[in-house]
Unconditional design. Structure first.
Length: 220
């Protein structure tokens, strides 16, 4: 069981990183191999919407995106962490997501499990953590849970959030181990796959790599 945690705070003493470390600790205690990556250590260019990845499976940028992406593809569990920056994730996390439109089309994260954490100065941490999970969900991952904490709630609440994060890590490991099925999510994943089948069929002459992937998966 492999779990990768990715933090998109630029700060070395990241509050969000503390929550992420606690999730990974829980996952590790439950038997997972864990790895923590700081997104700001990686060079990630912006998506230019050229569609090359849809056509060839490769990006035009020669940067460090695939260093992270290959680890995500290998992992059974993905934990994302971002502080709230103007009621959203940090730009670096969004840059990562925008490079993953092909992952959405091909539902490449089906069978994986995810969890997300966020901190905010005053508000919005839960919403940001939910957005992180929703992004992984539309790529196919099943959501195990979130922790979001606003620092203005005080030290005691932060301590509780650390404990909840460790529990989230335990739950993530449990879901991976038992290949847990979440019926509501399974239904939405099936609907998403149907939508993607229609899209890829419609674009099959242009998005040849994605079409081949669907054929190989026997989805079309
Ligand atoms: C550019 C920037 C934007 C921020 N925007 C918000 C915000 O909209 N709402 C909020 O409550 N806190 C906001 N914050 C505060 C951070 O979310 C908060 O300090 C967080 O705990 C930082 O996490 P980190 O230590 O992991 O970097 C912002 C901070 C920065 C630097």
């Amino acid at each position: 069981m492999q779990v990768v945690g990715i933090n998109s705070s630029p700060r070395k003493k990241s509050n969000t990183g503390l929550l992420l470390a606690a999730v990974l600790k829980g996952a590790s205690e439950a038997g997972c191999e864990t790895q923590l990556l700081n997104l700001y250590d990686f060079e990630i260019e912006y998506c230019t919407a050229c569609d090359t990845c849809y056509k060839t499976g490769k990006c035009v940028h020669m940067d460090e995106f695939t260093d992270i992406y290959d680890i995500m593809l290998e992992a059974d569990g993905i934990v994302l962490a971002s502080p709230n920056y103007i009621n959203n994730v940090t730009a670096k996390m969004k840059a990562l997501f925008d490079r993953m439109a092909d992952t959405v089309h091909c539902q490449r994260f089906l069978g994986k499990y995810c969890a997300s954490v966020s901190t905010a100065g005053g508000s919005g941490a839960v919403e940001v953590a939910d957005y992180l999970n929703r992004s992984l969900f539309i790529m196919g991952a099943s959501v195990v849970g979130t922790v979001g904490i606003n620092l203005s709630d005080g030290d005691e609440m932060f301590e509780k959030a650390l404990k909840s994060s460790r529990d989230l890590g335990l739950n993530l490991a449990d879901a991976i181990l038992k290949k847990k099925v979440f019926p509501d999510q399974q239904k939405d994943h099936a609907a998403m796959l149907e939508r993607m089948k229609q899209l890829i069929s419609f674009r099959k002459d242009e998005w040849t790599n994605e079409y081949q992937y669907f054929i190989q998966k026997k989805w079309l």
